[in-house]
Design a protein around this ligand. Structure first.
Ligand code: PLP
Length: 442
């Protein structure tokens, strides 16, 4: 009998005994390639330089409360991030994870408009089939009905527009560009419906992770989103909790869209799982509105700017830079994409293979020609996860039950340290798992 509240109390989880590079090893000695722990472990396990930095921090000081002190680890990490971020995203607020970072962003957006004398701006706009976290504010901002449903009476009102999901959204009579513009224009329509003077911010992921499976927007989409936000004075919040910190081949995913959000949130890859940490960055304009206005950001948590978490994250980011791992993400990401195309490109049940860098996804369907999904009752994504674990592979399948998303997908997010043979191993293990599941349901 366990006393732990597991999310799925009926599941029979293996016990993780140790980690070694990209592998997790259970207490029976079985090795699992970690290509799907929700895009966290970008350095794999047991990285010595990160461990040393954290130990050194604990040896000097383990905790300081932000109401009394600042600390060099937090200041150093903020300087590092501000030096790399696009535009004037110069100010960083550190929290303990992705949901807290999103909560902070929503509250900062609201407070910004209060400081500016625009108190009617209270509403947020996000996209259908999105996920921004599980705390009540972050859950409100997400458009995944399955996750929202039990808590719906407790949530903030949010308007939802379509995701930029080319595989299922683009009409046959339009180009990618036209599809992107039409989809972005839904933001303008939503703003007009509520009155722009009532809207705080639009939030979305630059590359959609968990809920769609590594879906980037088409070219031109984010430029149009930025234009609309500027025209109506609405803030744009980029949620890079999953797709950020190098995962797509650039440190910030928005760099590949050539736009600067007003607020950017990050988490998973920031600390690579060595410590729980998330962050929110904002522009000079927003920061100065608070400093020159009330002078106080009315939000906070006990562990914000935790020195050990910040020291660990700074060591993670320095390791990525010193070892030029972003180049490896690009190189191995290309290999992964090509490997998936070679292994699944002719599979009648693989409808789409997409993604950026070491963030690749594929959509599993009943018929690739018609894009007809598999029956959700078959729970193909659940079966693929189990079959992959049997093969010794962690991947991240989702789908079936998600609102409006008529299909199953598999997301892959291997660590940035992978070499050629690791990528081959991921593709062949996934290949065997997917083959076995598809044979069993056909
Ligand atoms: N935003 C996105 C895009 C995510 O993928 C997640 C988690 O998967 C979150 C926010 C919430 O992060 P956390 O689970 O660290 O609270």
């Amino acid at each position: 009998m366990t006393h732990v509240i597991h999310r799925n109390p009926k599941a029979n989880y293996p016990v993780a005994a140790s980690g070694e590079g990209p592998y997790i090893i259970d207490d029976a000695g079985k090795k699992y390639f970690d290509a799907g722990d929700a895009a966290v472990s970008c350095l794999g396990h047991s990285n010595d330089s990160v461990a040393k930095a954290m130990k050194a921090q604990i040896d000097s000081i383990s905790f300081t409360h932000s109401g009394f002190f600042t600390n060099p680890a937090m200041e150093g990490l903020a300087t590092f991030l501000a030096g790399k971020a696009p535009g004037d995203l110069n100010h960083v607020f550190f929290v303990s994870g992705g949901s807290e970072a999103v909560e902070s962003a929503l509250k900062l957006a609201r407070q910004y408009f209060l400081e500016k004398g625009e108190p009617s701006r209270t509403r947020f706009i996000s996209r259908r089939q999105s996920y921004h976290g599980n705390t009540l504010g972050a859950l409100s901002a997400g458009g995944n009905l399955w996750r929202r449903e039990p808590f719906a009476p407790l949530l903030l009102p949010v308007d939802l527009i379509s995701p930029c999901y080319e595989y299922r959204g683009r009409r046959d009579d339009e180009t990618d560009w036209e599809f992107g513009q039409r989809t972005a224009d839904e933001l303008e329509a939503a703003l007009m419906a509520q009155g722009p003077e009532n809207i705080c911010a639009f939030i979305c992921e630059p590359v959609v992770g968990a809920t769609l499976g590594a879906v980037p927007a088409v070219a031109g989409y984010f430029t149009r989103i930025r234009e609309i936000c500027d025209q109506y004075g609405v803030l744009f919040i980029a949620d890079e909790v999953m797709c950020g910190m190098g995962r797509t081949g650039s440190l910030f995913a928005v760099e590949q869209e050539n736009i600067v959000p007003d607020i950017l949130v990050m988490a998973k890859g920031l600390g690579a799982g060595y410590q729980p940490i998330g962050a929110m960055m904002c522009t000079d304009e927003i920061y100065n509105a608070i400093v020159d206005g009330s002078g106080f950001f009315q939000h906070g948590h006990t562990y914000l700017g935790h020195p050990v978490a910040c020291a660990g994250a700074l060591a993670v980011q320095q390791y990525i830079e010193d070892n030029d791992l972003l180049s490896n993400v690009q190189l191995r990401g290309q290999q992964l994409r090509e490997g998936l195309m070679a292994r699944f490109g002719n599979n009648a049940c693989v409808g789409d293979i997409r993604g950026r860098g070491l963030f690749q996804g594929m959509e599993i369907v009943a018929d690739r020609l018609t894009k007809e999904p598999l029956d959700p009752a078959l729970k193909v994504h659940v079966k693929i996860k189990a079959a992959a674990m049997d093969e010794g592979l962690m991947c991240y399948p989702m789908g079936g039950t998600i609102d409006g998303h008529r299909g199953d997908h598999v997301l892959l997010a291997p660590p940035f340290i992978v070499d050629e043979s690791h990528v081959d191993e991921v593709v062949s293990k996934l290949g065997r798992a997917v083959d076995a599941v598809l044979q069993s349901v056909k």
